[in-house]
Design a binder for this molecule. Sequence first.
Ligand SMILES: C[S@@+](CC[C@H](N)C(=O)[O-])C[C@H]1O[C@@H](n2cnc3c(N)ncnc32)[C@H](O)[C@@H]1O
Length: 300
Amino acid sequence: MKQLKQLLYLPTWFIKTRIFGKKIPMQTVLFINDLCNLTCKHCTIYNNKTPITKSYQQIREELIYSYNLGSRYVDLEGGEPTLWKEADKNFNSLVRLAKEIGFFSVTLTTNAFLPFNDSESDSIWVSLDGNREYHDQIRGKNSFDRLDENIRNSGHPRVSVNMVVNSINYSSVAETIQFAKDHPNIKSISINFHTPFKGTEHLFLPFEQRNEVIDLVIKMKKSGYPIMNSVSGLKAMKDLNFKKVCWVTNFIMVDATKYAECQGKAFDLCDSCGFCMAGEMHSVFSFKLDTIFAGLKLRG
Ligand SMILES: C[S@@+](CC[C@H](N)C(=O)[O-])C[C@H]1O[C@@H](n2cnc3c(N)ncnc32)[C@H](O)[C@@H]1O
């Protein structure tokens, strides 16, 4: 029964949204804290001076709220989500909670600075911002080696990495994709670009260079590298000249602000957006088969 529900969810969601024009989120990005064990150059979220950690009860209410909107996939975000705890509860308690509420899948996004070998998340996205030199430059000393070691020791079957390409690390994209391919415990890599939130504008990669990176990623994907982005989705990210359907994800921020779509819109950043999910969702809505298959693989 549960499996049938899951099987029918995506086609039903697609009919309701694409054919009947309803705006129903499929996934939720829920920020559970803003405390972090790294201070990355590109990040505007961490707040280690006056950190917020949401209570279990608040997270429960926000999960139920998102579930009632129609969302069935949740990404628990931070800060560093693995640092979340309350009395005898830890991050895995939140994974179990989301499953009890009815979410099909829970994703952990982590910097992998700490071991995550006991994680009960369905999938894990580790943030990898280039080769050792660039990753450490952006994320701090030893962060690359610890990430590598913790991924090797994780034993989790669904660990992928996410690279956010910026003006520091763009020359290491091919090397990073090769690293992901050669790594015994990395399933795939997704590519995103830096979105210039206030104070990080200098990390934005100009479109000319972005387009060169996109051409390179498409070439590597076509020659068999395990790249999660679809070719159609990547092409859409070249000029961003498409109708955005970014209400596919609802966001609940650490201060409990609820956004019915990507918060980049509220900051007027759609014209410099680097979140490749925007291109992917546009391509799904344009019936691009390669993107639909990539999405099914991700959600499968
Ligand atoms: C904010 S971090 C929090 C989770 C965890 N601490 C980590 O580093 O993965 C979540 C993801 O957002 C990405 N990110 C942060 N700021 C970004 C920006 N301005 N543009 C695009 N991606 C960004 C990070 O690289 C990371 O992959």
